[in-house]
Design a protein around this ligand. Structure first.
Ligand code: F0G
Length: 480
């Protein structure tokens, strides 16, 4: 080996990011008192708080919050805003073929403006009440779309691991088979959310996808993916599942999608775009065999609610952003940097003593609210997770409660809160937006409140406790 190379073959504790800043957004500065006034107007609801005031870090969502690459921005300039068959549409079809290995010849492709619009189309056309869809974990709006159509959204995540604990997103195969046996005729499809947002952003293993596929075949039903974070899921398979290390991310993605009969996707996550979504169904999917008119019904739904099939609900610019985003997202250097940053944030939080969900998933770090308040007088129905997110607003930091309040309901007759099994606060990391220092500041703020956890107030809903999708709409009073 040349001497120069030999001398520089040492490891470094820090690694460079897989990109440099090409455009930045300067902050406007606000005082904690300014933020308190705004938070009171917002009823301490993080969704209602002005994002302009968040100098500390806006980790509310990783959806549609990506900083675009210059390649995406320049592709967007070339966006064709034609009403029919715009130039980008054909490129998007090609990109879908390259990325997922699916072509229009054997798959029905429907474009939508975002993921939930695609879900709404699917769930409102697959049938009537009485259906059951087993899943490793429904995301909140996905569940709402299923339940609004009388469909039972059944979460059966695997709770015990015999093999690789990294794959905390796996579905429980024993429960799945039991469900398929009991409800044979009423399962339109099994849904695997990759990665499992509700379960902690945890990946699903290739082995689990294969086993679900086998069960679906045996019980003559379809396998659908909620594929929002497909590339991050593929990265975990490559890094952590035996037999995949030598494959490219693209090959792993192709393998994952070759096992499914259909998928919904929000292009606002691993599409690296600000808008966009799709519903894709294989011509030979058992779902279409059982309901042959579905493909046409979905096309009509798309035209009635979104637009011509060649743009769905997307502008020509959105389409070009997704074309370039899907090309970039399978880049291993990008994924390594992205998931490395999220994991480094998780390790720092853990080092500060904050109870987080482990192992850390791909897009977010989840704080375990029950353990955060363990030993204090805070009860689950005091919504400590809401108080934590409310007080962080004063430090210019926004996280999202995904726990007792977001996933709980209120039984008005019994005047009682119905509490969900998981109680988390999520710090979702937008793609290509923040650096290590930003995330360490967020962690330091969480630590400041953790040290004062005995003194944190209860969050009392003053509006919306009994409403559906209440976390988006509610208002609170902090009670000391
Ligand atoms: N499925 C999953 C797993 C999601 O995480 C989301 C959105 C959707 C579907 C819906 O997609 O927003 O384009 O309509 N998740 C965002 C989040 C909102 O913050 O986790 P969408």
């Amino acid at each position: 080996m040349p001497k120069e190379l030999a001398l520089t073959r040492f490891d470094t504790p820090h690694v460079p990011r897989p990109h440099v800043n090409a455009i930045v957004r300067p902050h406007h500065f606000f005082s904690p008192e300014d933020r308190r006034r705004a938070a009171l107007i917002a009823g301490w609801n993080v969704f209602q708080f002005p994002s302009e005031m968040l100098q500390g870090g806006d980790l509310l969502s990783d959806s549609g919050t990506t900083t675009l690459t210059l390649e995406q921005l320049s592709a967007m300039v070339l966006g064709d805003e034609a009403y029919g068959s715009n130039w980008g549409y054909f490129q998007l079809l090609e990109t879908f073929e390259k990325t997922f290995g699916i072509s229009q010849k054997t798959w029905n492709i429907y474009l939508f403006h975002q993921g939930r619009a695609a879900e709404h189309a699917l769930y409102s056309h697959i049938g009537k009440s009485g259906l059951v869809i087993p899943s490793n974990g429904f995301f909140d709006t996905t569940r709402a779309n299923a339940e609004a159509n009388g469909i039972r959204a059944l979460d059966i995540p695997r709770v015990r691991y015999t093999k690789n604990e990294i794959f905390g997103g796996d579905i429980d195969l024993v429960e799945l088979e039991r469900t398929l046996k009991t409800h044979t005729a009423s399962v339109p499809f099994v849904l695997l959310t990759i990665t499992n947002n509700t379960g902690g952003g945890q990946p699903v293993s290739m082995e689990n996808i294969q086993e679900v596929r086998t069960l679906c075949k045996r019980y003559k039903t379809s396998l659908f993916l909620d594929a929002c974070r497909f590339a991050e899921n593929a990265w975990f398979i490559k890094r952590h599942e035996a037999g995949h290390a030598q494959k490219s991310i693209s090959k792993i993605v192709h393998d994952m999608f070759s096992l499914c009969d259909g998928f919904t996707i929000s292009l606002k996550k691993d599409g690296l775009s600000h808008m966009g979504g799709a519903l894709v169904i294989r011509n030979s999917a058992p779902l279409l065999k059982h309901k042959p008119q579905l493909a046409e019904e979905l096309r009509d739904h798309q035209i009635l609610t979104e637009g011509h099939p060649t743009y769905g609900g997307m502008t020509g610019r959105d389409i070009m952003s997704a074309v370039e985003g899907l090309r970039h997202v399978v880049d291993e250097h990008y994924l390594e940097g992205r998931i490395g940053l999220v994991h480094d944030f998780g390790s720092y939080l853990a080092k500060l003593g904050i109870p987080i969900v482990k192992p850390v998933g791909g897009h977010a770090v989840y704080i375990d609210v029950d353990r955060f308040f363990a030993g204090t007088k805070m009860k689950r129905e005091d919504f400590g997770g809401i108080s934590l997110t409310a007080l962080l607003l004063l430090k210019g930091v926004r996280l999202c409660e995904l726990g007792a309040f977001a996933f709980g309901t209120y039984d008005s007759k019994a005047k009682k809160d119905v509490l969900p099994p998981k109680n988390y606060v999520r710090a979702a990391v937008p793609r290509n937006k923040y650096e290590q220092n930003d995330l360490y500041y967020v962690a330091d703020c969480i630590k400041g409140l953790f040290e004062n956890r005995e003194k944190l107030p209860r969050a009392v809903p003053t509006y919306g406790r009994d409403k559906t999708l209440r976390h988006f709409k509610a208002r609170f009073r902090l009670e000391w």
